[in-house]
Structure formats: structure tokens, C-alpha cells
Design a protein around this ligand. Structure first.
Ligand SMILES: [Mg+2]
Length: 251
């Protein structure tokens, strides 16, 4: 894993910036700092300004685990034509079916976790997120959640994130599927994707050097991403570089 903002990395980014490229970002932990209360997640003012300027120069996508309208409401004035929610599945062709699966699974999950304090189930309509930030013993919380998801009536894809366990219909598209579909749709030669969490690994594992550059916020030996940014604040430096690499706005 190499730092993205070395001299060589900057040259590569500048080169990509001069081609037909798509820029895609995760939201929490990437464009916005991680916060204790998920409802208050927001971009810093500096990031918001830079992201707006980036969105005037490039086709931009945000691919988040949040519900689509939730994340869309947090993007300020940026022109983001592609906002994908629920880890890559929203919007999509199978929404009614995913909605039915989630509606069936949620009561079972809530019943199984009713006695566990400090754990709450977030209903994102097409997927569920079990948050355990408030549980006093994180290991105990993870065990209780693992037991609960093992008893579910439908096949679900379960991904552990940062103090959250994501529960998604098993055959739903993931973030990697969403990004590849967007790259084709935009007719971009190259896509850049930045994320920070476990569901972003679905993008990081795609090995297409030359047509996909991925970076993880935070260095990690367990990540498949070839590049990293040191921390969430370095996203501003990346956005700034991308703005400077393309001085002209598109519209
Ligand atoms: Mg994230």
C-alpha cells in the first residue's frame, strides 16, 4: 500500500485528471469525518467548498452505505449526478424485492436483539445497519449481533464496519458493482474511488490498473486498496489537487 500523495502519486493523479475520468467517493469517513451521532455527519466547510469545485470540473459520484436520499441531503451545493445508496444497491432494478426482504428480516433481527442494550437497528429500507457504538462491551455486542444474524430467515450479506454490522440482501449489487456500472455509463476511461471502510473493499479488490485507481482513507495491512490517504483530512489535499489539475469548469 502506497501513499497516494507522493510525487509519483500526484503525477499519476494529474495524468488521470487530463483523461475522461469519473471521480467517486464514499461519504462517512471519506468526505465527512466520522462522528458519534450518525445524524450529524457533515463535510467540513473546506471539504464542501473543494468538493463543489471538483463537481464543476469532473463527473462525480458518491457511493455510500446510507440511504440514497439521506446521503444526497448531505452533499451541499455540489453537482453530483450519481448518488448511490445502501452500499451500491440503490437505485437499481430490484428495489421492491430488496424492500420485501428487509421488511421480513427486520422484525426477526429486532426481536433477537431486544435484550441487548446499546445496540440499535437502523432501517434503510433496502438494507439494515446494526449499530453498537453505545454498547459498553464491543466484543460482546459483536457476538450478540453474530448470533442474531445467523438466525435470520433470508440469506443476507453481512459486513462488519466501524462499530456497525451491515445486513444487505445476499444478491444485491455491492459498491464495486455500482462503480463499474457508473464508469461504463459515464463512458469514462478511468475511475478514481476513495473509501474508508469494509464495504469499500468491494471496490478495492477490483484489480484494473489503468482504468481504476482506488485509495483507502487510513493505511491498513488488511485492505486490498493499492493506495492510502493518511487520514480523512487528506481528502482535502486530494480534492485540491484535482481542482488545480483541471482549471476550467465544465459548464
Ligand atoms: Mg465510509
Amino acid at each position: 500500500m502506497r501513499h497516494l500523495l507522493t510525487r509519483a502519486g500526484r503525477e499519476l493523479l494529474t495524468q488521470i485528471a487530463s483523461s475522461d475520468c469519473l471521480l467517486a467517493f464514499d461519504f462517512d469517513g471519506t468526505l465527512a469525518p466520522i462522528v458519534t451521532s450518525r445524524d450529524s455527519a457533515a463535510m467540513r466547510a473546506s471539504t464542501r467548498r473543494l468538493f463543489e469545485r471538483v463537481s464543476e470540473r469532473y463527473p462525480v459520484a458518491v457511493i455510500s452505505g446510507r440511504g440514497r436520499s439521506d446521503v444526497a441531503s448531505r452533499l451541499g451545493e455540489a453537482r453530483v449526478p450519481w448518488v448511490v445508496g445502501n452500499h451500491g444497491l440503490e437505485p437499481g432494478g430490484d428495489m421492491r424485492r430488496f424492500e420485501r426482504v428487509v421488511a421480513r428480516v427486520r422484525p426477526a433481527l429486532e426481536a433477537a436483539l431486544a435484550e441487548v442494550r446499546g445496540v440499535d437497528v437502523e432501517d434503510k429500507r433496502y438494507s439494515l445497519a446494526i449499530h453498537y457504538r453505545l454498547h459498553r462491551n464491543k466484543r460482546e455486542a459483536r457476538l450478540a449481533i453474530a448470533r442474531a444474524v445467523a438466525s435470520l430467515p433470508d440469506a443476507m450479506r453481512v459486513t462488519a464496519g466501524k462499530l456497525v454490522v451491515n445486513v444487505v440482501p445476499a444478491d444485491a449489487p455491492n459498491k464495486g458493482d455500482a462503480l463499474l456500472a457508473l464508469r461504463t455509463r459515464v463512458k469514462a476511461d478511468v475511475a478514481i474511488y476513495v473509501g474508508d471502510d469494509v464495504t469499500d473493499e468491494d471496490v478495492f479488490v477490483i484489480d484494473e490498473p489503468g482504468s481504476l485507481l482506488t485509495a483507502r482513507v487510513g493505511r491498513s495491512v488488511r485492505s486490498a486498496a493499492p493506495y492510502y490517504l493518511r487520514d480523512q483530512r487528506e481528502v482535502d489535499a486530494l480534492l485540491d489537487l484535482l481542482v488545480k489539475a483541471r482549471p476550467e469548469t465544465r459548464r
